[in-house]
Design a protein around this ligand. Structure first.
Ligand SMILES: [Zn+2]
Length: 380
């Protein structure tokens, strides 16, 4: 006998997800779409309307039969907050149920800032958005790059933000007035942003590769993000045995060649300047263009195992490196041609994300917090 409470939550989530995915749905269409009886859908929809999750957005007049009331998600009653801690700033977003950004805050700091400075930035961003959301805030998602212990929420190791090592991430938010705090690793959060609001929203399976200072991957299979403490560390695939030393201690990792910081340093050596991120790099000299092309080739070699092993229909690349598509992508193809099986390569589309990197991570953090409104899993 199914647990009735769980079944109700499951069906409410399915109704919410159907309305989210498709405009102009009315109750009977939702019932037909989900294979549920119309009376159950009417009852559940009434409850969702009363609680402010759904709203009636219009009336359709079919040629025959009674007018049909169109349902939509409520844009203004329930918000989720996403916070991304990066190497140089904290970005926070408040989003509605459609993933539309209601408000954005960010606070910057220098590389290798102390835990105190980072904690203060998290606190500033969180409080300011919490004040805006008020009682509309449902839950908060927090994300940072590194290996996070799924059980305790402690950062086991953040190679790129060492101040976070050993820190209980939920405690960074401290007192929160409404809702819980959900944690997600930054690269996986970007995959969630793509799954809910980006290029993965109509796909069952895809991968998202985060090309930042650290390189990581989030993998979605059958609409489920692969989770676990040690996953997606594609940046530490070795593309050149005995090659450049990586921050993990091994030699020849992908990240040692295409970390945004490494590329910025290499560009700085060619044409001067001290850009911290590729977003700050100005016009490029030919040698700097070569640096980007070489990074593209390394990226192709690094993506090949992902293609050979999983062959996802889509790989979304997220990061400032994709701003230089004309230098990076042709060489990436050359790397893929050398290292990926040709028939596997042909089955995979590789595209740049349409989200700015910081936005994607914070959006994914908020998505992690809103996940079970649209998707209830039976094993939780
Ligand atoms: Zn490494």
């Amino acid at each position: 006998m199914a647990n009735q409470g769980l079944l109700k939550r499951l069906n409410m989530a399915r109704i919410m997800d159907a309305v989210r995915r498709q405009d102009n749905l009315h109750r009977a269409a939702v019932a037909d779409m989900l294979g549920l009886d119309r009376k159950s859908v009417t009852n559940l929809a009434t409850e969702l309307l009363q609680e402010g999750w759904l709203m009636e957005t219009g009336v359709r007049h079919p040629r025959r039969g009674r007018p049909q009331i169109v349902l939509g998600l409520s844009r203004e009653r329930h918000y989720h907050l996403g916070i991304h801690i990066s190497e140089t700033k904290v970005v926070g977003l408040l989003i509605n149920l459609y993933g539309e950004i209601v408000s954005r805050r960010e606070t910057s700091y220098a590389f290798a800032s102390s835990l105190n400075q980072i904690g203060q930035a998290v606190d500033d961003v969180f409080r300011s958005l919490q004040d805006i959301a008020g009682t509309r805030l449902q839950a908060t998602g927090l994300t940072a790059p590194g290996i996070i212990d799924d059980q305790t929420g402690r950062m086991i190791r953040s190679v790129n933000i060492p101040a976070l090592d050993g820190v209980s991430l939920r405690q960074l938010i401290g007192r929160h007035d409404r809702g819980g705090v959900v944690l997600e690793e930054a690269s996986r959060a970007k995959a969630l942003a793509e799954k809910w609001f980006g290029q993965g929203r109509h796909l069952n399976s895809f991968a998202c590769v985060d090309l930042g200072i650290g390189i990581g991957a989030g993998i979605v299979t059958d609409r489920r993000l692969h989770t676990g403490t040690n996953l997606g560390e594609i940046g530490h695939n070795i593309i050149k045995p005995g090659g450049k030393i990586c921050r993990c201690g091994h030699r020849g990792c992908l990240e040692a060649y295409i970390s945004e910081r490494v590329i910025c340093q290499d560009i700085g050596k060619c044409q001067g300047g001290e850009a911290q991120t590729l977003a700050e790099v100005g016009p490029l000299c030919p040698a700097a263009e070569d640096v980007l092309a070489q990074a593209g080739f390394a990226l192709g070699l690094g993506l090949a195992p992902l293609i050979n092993i999983l062959c996802p229909p889509l790989i979304v690349l997220s990061g400032n490196l994709t701003n230089f598509e004309s230098f990076v992508f042709p060489e990436m193809e050359r790397g893929l041609a050398q290292a990926a099986l040709p028939w596997s390569r042909r089955a995979v589309s590789v595209k740049a994300s349409t989200f700015a990197p910081d936005t994607a991570a914070a959006l994914g953090a908020a998505a992690a917090a809103m996940n079970d409104i649209f998707e209830v899993t039976t094993n939780t």
